[in-house]
Design a protein around this ligand. Structure first.
Ligand code: 5GP
Ligand code: MN
Length: 341
């Protein structure tokens, strides 16, 4: 199990970690379960394994409330809220640990701040196509999640899963959320072995699932109902469906970050639907956020996101942006979907 293709990379990481005095851990904008889980697990691991190292986690913006129970969440900062603190921290920083993205553009303004920092950039990630902006890349697009990759890296560094329960909970959160509770993206039995290892470290997996999935607000639940009842358009001939939400609609349901997490998957539960999108208007109304999902091996939404929406992601899950109105975005989406029939 330890004979992974990136053993040379792990050795290089070990050397970098041995020298680092101050490390910044970063992950992508609108951080999801895997971004937050892997970042906080890395934070916990580095603090335990390298007690003399200063470690900080920074996200481009705030993560959703349903992840705030993870150990270390209260110590992580959002660049939007703590710009100056991050700039000051970066001045003496000698290691950048980049998790769950492969392009600095995914960090938005935080990415620009990083370009001014000369510290080596280590990327641990499972997205397709890696950016060229990193000094060391530990990537495996077949991995279920960045949390799984990080787990493999830690095991390789330590020789065994030297992890606390808190770190195991963070890793399990990333694994569970990026696989839809083990429904997709699980490509090897090793993923289940990892879950078993985490259970042996004392996590209560039912409790983790309940904290993440049973903590929605009433307004989020009603927003989901509204989306499915009124905002979902089906294109049955194309085997596709999409949901669209304007800012006004989101505001009327007291929208909070993370509230639309998972909405894009619902249309895929309809028989015959293998392609789905969620279109949400950005807060500043400058663009539409496009979230894409597909089922099976025929449609690469990663290609679709890259070609049409200046984005990317995985074969079956990707996202991007469309810089125009919602009406035009919907028309464009239907056009490209019908063309690729
Ligand atoms: P989601 O639809 O859940 O926001 O994102 C699905 C997947 O696509 C995630 O793995 C995410 O990292 C990736 N993704 C989402 N938006 C973008 C984007 O704007 N650019 C790129 N490169 N990847 C994205
Ligand atoms: Mn991920």
């Amino acid at each position: 199990m330890l004979s992974h293709p990136w053993s040379a990379g792990v050795a290089r990481l070990k050397a970098l970690l041995g020298e680092a005095r101050r490390c910044l851990i970063v992950s992508h904008v609108n951080p999801d379960g895997d971004a937050v889980g892997s970042s906080l697990a890395a934070w916990g691991y580095l603090r335990a394994a390298f007690p003399a190292m200063e470690v900080l986690v920074a996200f481009p913006n705030r993560f959703p409330d349903f992840l705030s129970w993870i150990e270390g969440a209260d110590r992580a900062v959002s660049y939007l809220d703590s710009r100056e603190a991050v700039h000051t921290y970066l001045q003496g920083c000698d290691l950048l640990l980049c998790l769950d993205f492969n392009d600095l553009a995914r960090l938005e303004a935080l990415g620009e701040a990083l370009t001014a920092c000369a510290a080596p950039r280590v990327l641990i990630d499972h997205h397709l196509r890696r950016g060229e902006e990193f000094d060391l890349v530990l990537s495996d697009p077949s991995a279920s999640s960045t949390s799984e990759l990080l787990y493999r890296v830690i095991v390789a560094l330590e020789g065994k899963p030297l992890l606390s329960k808190g770190i195991a909970e963070a890793l399990y959160t990333g694994l569970m959320t990026d696989t839809g509770s083990f429904s997709f993206s699980v490509n090897t039995p090793d993923t289940f072995r990892m879950a078993a290892d985490l259970m042996e470290l004392g996590i209560d997996k039912n409790e983790v699932a309940a904290r993440v999935y049973d903590s929605y607000s009433e307004s989020r639940m009603r927003l989901l109902g509204y989306c499915l009842q009124s905002q979902m358009r089906l294109l049955p001939e194309r085997g596709a469906a999409y949901i669209s939400l304007s800012r006004e609609e989101m505001d009327s349901f007291n929208f909070q970050p993370g509230d639309t997490e998972g909405f894009v998957n619902y249309p895929l539960s309809i028989r015959g639907i293998t392609l789905s999108a969620l279109l949400t208007e950005a807060t500043d109304k400058t663009h539409i956020r496009v979230s894409l999902r597909s089922k099976g091996k025929d449609i690469s939404v990663n290609d679709m996101a890259r070609k049409h929406f200046n984005g990317g992601g995985h074969f079956n899950a990707a996202g991007g942006k469309y810089f125009d109105t919602m009406e035009n975005c919907k028309a464009y989406l239907e056009k490209i979907w019908n063309e690729s029939c």
